[in-house]
Design a protein around this ligand. Structure first.
Ligand SMILES: *Cc1c(COP(=O)(O)O)cnc(C)c1O
Length: 493
């Protein structure tokens, strides 16, 4: 929609004319970082995975620096990249049902691993049809993203409303001649439960369709839990019909961000994940990942983390994280109004409210005011709004403190009652239509939020935002989130 662009102030000073001393630059960084949530210590129950072992972080940091300027773009120029990746992939394959020589790719994260698995499945099915991915509603949005980027449709299937596990019969019913890939999660992130992988893979294989297991979050914790005697259902490449699996080392592998592995049952699938182009007069391009030039820091750091912890270290960390999850689950039973969704198979716990006076988004705000971050999850297709807790190696030491903050925050939230939506905001939302939203630029969107009294600084007030989002259908949530991100980077919210 054409509109007058307001005159903008000239940009000045973003780049200094002359270089600044390192100490000053680093002091700036430290000042900026002071506003971030803490990445260690276990008070942030999402996003970060803390092994609680400084020597392991140190090994990773030094390995990262060693590889800082190496470019994975050309593995013949930097053979260290091939050697490290082969060892990392083999270490993961060894624990996830692979064999010597199981083909895999080291990627920047779960999303990229999933993009490659979807590309491999798509490129195995050349033809004019628009292809489909069949995935449970609890599957990670990375599959929606892959479908969007790679030109497939995503067909969602429901999960059991009590256990939150995918229903193999529903998967079977959703298969069509266009199905290119079936998905199961081990576990799914929202409730931490493992789908019936063997049954889903059998359904897929009967239909001649590949099956990807998303073990992004669980792939490096489930094998260790099994080692310690916990029953873990079969979920990996050893299951007949499973054709690829993703496992993020930057989650329960405790490696710095930028580390995941995707494994394939056969080498032809890995070749379908690759991309080559000779359609230009420059250097020959052959990429294993979506990225082309790519720092080797994350690979070096992931490798060093694996070496520093070893199987024994991972067993200890997995057992400790699961013990923390158990303590949290048991403790929640004593907090009136709160309950755990499902029966988690991994140290991921979702906590919902049974009491209309006790709003989980307000609990999250109250916890934030007490120095803790609990991750809000919006309601979706009958699954109630809840708070998500990712327990890690460091969590057990602080789980009693976590429980007491949760109990206090719940009591305060009950006293405060559900969030009150500002009148102005309710009015704006009632009128909200996509065209009106489109007509606003980033400044206009920021002004609208401010005029409605929305406070997005992460403090009290996020409950209002979450409640508003929760009341809207997913497509409207998505439109608002895109507007919000754009306004955030524009500096207008
Ligand atoms: C984290 C996660 C992903 C996506 O991983 P990123 O590393 O954030 O790209 C995919 N699937 C599951 C189950 C996850 O937990």
């Amino acid at each position: 929609m054409p509109h007058e662009t307001p005159p903008t102030a000239p940009l000045e000073g973003a780049l200094p004319e002359t270089g600044r001393p390192t100490a000053d630059v680093l002091a700036d960084l430290a000042r900026l970082r002071a506003g971030d949530l803490p990445v260690r210590g276990g008070k942030v129950a999402a996003y970060v995975y803390d092994a609680g072992r400084p020597e392991v972080h140190d090994a990773a940091a030094r390995a990262y620096l060693e590889m800082l300027e190496v470019n994975c773009l050309d593995p013949t120029a930097f053979p260290s990249v091939v050697a490290l990746e082969r060892q990392v992939v083999a270490a993961v394959a060894e624990r996830l049902g692979g064999h010597a020589g199981t083909p895999g790719v080291f990627t920047s994260g779960g999303t990229e691993s999933i993009l490659l698995a979807v590309k491999a499945a798509r490129d195995a099915r050349p033809g004019p049809d628009r292809l489909e991915i069949v995935a449970p509603v609890t599957a990670h949005p990375a599959f929606h993203k892959a479908a969007h980027y790679l030109g497939l449709d995503l067909v969602s299937v429901p999960v059991d409303p009590e256990t939150f596990r995918a229903d193999p019969r529903a998967v079977e019913r959703a298969l069509t001649p266009r199905t290119a890939l079936v998905v199961a999660s081990a576990p799914s992130y929202p409730q931490g439960v493992v789908d019936p992988v063997a049954d889903i893979a059998a359904v897929a294989s009967q239909a001649g369709v590949p099956c990807h297991v998303d073990a992004c979050v669980g792939g490096w914790v489930l094998p260790w839990l099994r080692d310690t005697g916990r029953p873990v259902p079969p979920f990996d490449l050893s299951v007949p019909g499973v054709t690829s699996i993703s496992c993020d080392l930057h989650k329960y592998g405790y490696a710095p961000k930028g580390a995941s592995v995707v494994l394939f049952a056969d080498e032809a699938m890995r070749r379908n994940a690759y991309f080559a182009s000779a359609e230009w007069p420059g250097y020959t391009v052959i990429n294993a990942t979506a990225q082309s030039s790519r720092g080797a820091g994350p690979l070096g750091a992931a490798w060093a983390t694996l070496m520093a912890l070893g199987a024994q270290g991972y067993r200890e960390l997995a057992a400790s994280a699961m013990a923390a999850a158990r303590r949290l689950i048991d403790g929640v039973a004593d907090i009136p109004g709160l309950r755990v969704l499902g029966d988690p198979d991994a140290p991921l716990v979702a906590i919902a409210s049974d009491d209309p006076a006790l709003d989980v988004f307000v609990v999250a705000d109250e916890a934030r005011a007490r120095g803790w971050f609990f991750q809000p999850q919006l309601s979706y297709r009958g699954i109630p709004p809840n708070l998500h807790f990712t327990l890690t190696g460091v969590s057990l030491a602080g789980v009693d403190a976590l429980l007491s903050v949760l109990a206090d925050a719940a009591a305060a939230a009950r006293a405060a009652g559900p969030p009150k939506i500002p009148d102005g905001l309710a009015a704006v939302l009632a009128d909200l239509d996509p065209a009106a939203l489109d007509a606003l630029d980033d400044a206009g969107f920021g002004a609208l939020l401010a005029s409605a009294g929305v406070d997005l600084d992460g403090g009290p007030g996020m409950a209002v935002v979450n409640t508003v989002l929760d009341s809207l259908p997913p497509s409207t949530r998505e439109a608002l989130l895109v507007r919000f991100l754009s306004a955030l980077y524009a500096g207008t919210v």
